[in-house]
Design a protein around this ligand. Structure first.
Ligand SMILES: [Zn+2]
Length: 312
């Protein structure tokens, strides 16, 4: 059963811990996360169980009363310990306050509907809701899309449309392609009147072969470790090579994988002595580290010989 303040605020996914009045009359509402799903890793979906730390955000919400409300959400950072997940940590988010959002979902929707349904101008809605006009413009575009079947930007492959994405999306996954084949892609935009932009420049991509790659990548050579002060170290190594391309590197410390560098072209890695590594990477100690490379099909190459870094 939620407490009465939580019921009064009625913002899904969070509960009210306490409310205080500031000198200028503003009420500050302290929030805690009230949704189990908030600790599911956004990358792999696994539930995290190890807290990395805490964070506070001040999402703006709908106006309440004459003096307004200031929300302060006390949320947690979690370590994702799924061995295969490239994400090492994440901060909680709920549907009403998505990751990185400065305003609540319901405030954004209210701003959009003011322009879409209530005939307000963008500038007026921005003034009324204390938002910037670009924020209101984006909100309006999103809410217009809910009710009008406006044509949206398209992605073309070999001059056939393969995807149509919302106007604020600049990334798309294209699947259903054949192995070892070359594809050419281009993008064009469409506005609300159905007018089409010229096509973008074309890009070409060749898909990887289907058969498992039997040949592992070469060993990353020349691994070096350097201590950066007493709480961090930097590792560098020479690029591993492979006929189908290296997708990531696995960094091990004392035999335990501590990180995957998911970009195969990255050959430097910093170990920071905080959170997870605090117990193992200690001041004045020597640390053995080694690196191996990973192929697109998941095969791993050989490890580099271990190197040690001493934190001063
Ligand atoms: Zn994860």
């Amino acid at each position: 059963m939620p407490n009465e303040a939580t019921l009064l605020l009625d913002l899904d996914g969070v509960s009210v811990i306490r409310v205080e009045r500031l000198e200028d009359g503003t009420r500050r509402v302290h929030l805690a996360t009230a949704e189990e799903a908030a600790r599911a890793c956004p990358e792999c979906g696994a539930f995290a169980w190890k807290v990395k730390g805490t964070a506070r955000t001040r999402p703006r919400d709908l106006p309440y009363g004459e003096h307004g409300l200031v929300l302060l959400w006390h949320k947690r950072r979690w370590w994702c310990r799924e061995p295969t997940c490239p994400r090492t940590s994440f901060t909680e988010s709920v549907a009403q306050i998505p990751a990185g959002a400065r305003i609540t979902t319901r405030l954004r929707q209210a701003a959009g509907r003011r322009v879409r349904d209530a005939g307000s101008t963008v500038i007026q809605a921005a003034r009324d809701l204390h938002l910037s006009w670009p924020t209101v413009t984006r909100a309006f575009r999103a809410s217009a899309r809910e009710v009008v079947d406006v044509p949206l930007p398209e992605v073309h492959c070999d001059r056939e449309r393969v995807a149509r994405v919302p106007g604020e999306t600049y990334m798309v996954d294209v699947d259903g392609l054949r192995p070892s084949s070359e594809y050419t892609f281009t993008v064009r935009a469409e506005d609300g009147d159905g007018s089409l932009s010229p096509f973008s420049r074309e890009v070409t991509v060749t898909t990887l072969p289907d058969r498992p790659d039997e040949k592992p990548p070469t060993r990353p050579e020349d691994l070096r470790a350097r201590a950066d002060g007493s709480r961090a170290a930097t590792l560098t190594w020479r690029e591993a090579t492979d006929d189908t391309g290296v997708t990531s590197y696995d960094v091990l410390q004392g035999g335990t994988a501590i990180h995957s560098v998911t970009d195969g072209s990255t050959t430097t890695y910093e170990i920071h002595l905080d959170g997870e590594f605090a117990a193992t990477l200690v001041w004045g100690a020597r640390h053995a580290v080694k690196v191996r490379a990973k192929l697109p099909d998941g095969h791993w190459g050989a490890f580099t010989p271990p190197r040690t870094a001493t934190t001063p």
